[in-house]
Design a protein around this ligand. Sequence first.
Ligand code: FNR
Length: 182
Amino acid sequence: SQTKIAVVVGSLRRDSFNKTLAAALAKLAPADVVLTPVEIGDLPLYDQDDDGNQADSVKRLKAEITAAQGVIFVTPEYNRSVPGVLKNAIDHASRPYGQSAWAGKPAGVIGVSVGAIGTAVAQQHLRTILAYLDMPTLGQPEAFIQMKDGLFDADGSIGAASRDFVKGWLDRYLAFVKTHAG
Ligand code: FNR
């Protein structure tokens, strides 16, 4: 049977390196695994007054997370944390209280940055959030990726120098998802 993994990208930028990384991960997945990007750019700003009347975009996000066997977060680092758009999406799908879409979904955390530490600090903040949301999260290998020439091929695939590393990370994550299945 097919494994569905939702992919949440923490950048809305048209030419986002993290969007490119997310698409490249999807291409590395085995035939029985589908990585599907989840839209978060159409969500309103989170407002607790709307918990009883969530927007259609929020309901759609929650349904997509619920239908997935796991969630990969592909995110840049903004000011040493996660981008607000990502936190906004996480907050939306965690509500109303007791009806979080995230609980129990095995998570993977990866990201690319132009900075030398490759989103490491944002990932640590994100891990704190995911722990609270009761998402078991792959510990090793960590994947802190720096944007540089050759990271991506012209077609957006992972370049030769990093392909084995990124594929290895994805394989370990998918094995982790299997241990949490059922
Ligand atoms: C950044 N950038 C950045 N990089 C980093 O390594 N650590 C950081 O704390 C920050 N902070 C930061 C804040 C804001 C508001 C922006 C817009 C950018 C740079 C960041 O790595 C770069 O813009 C990436 O290209 C963002 O990822 P996407 O959009 O290409 O996926």
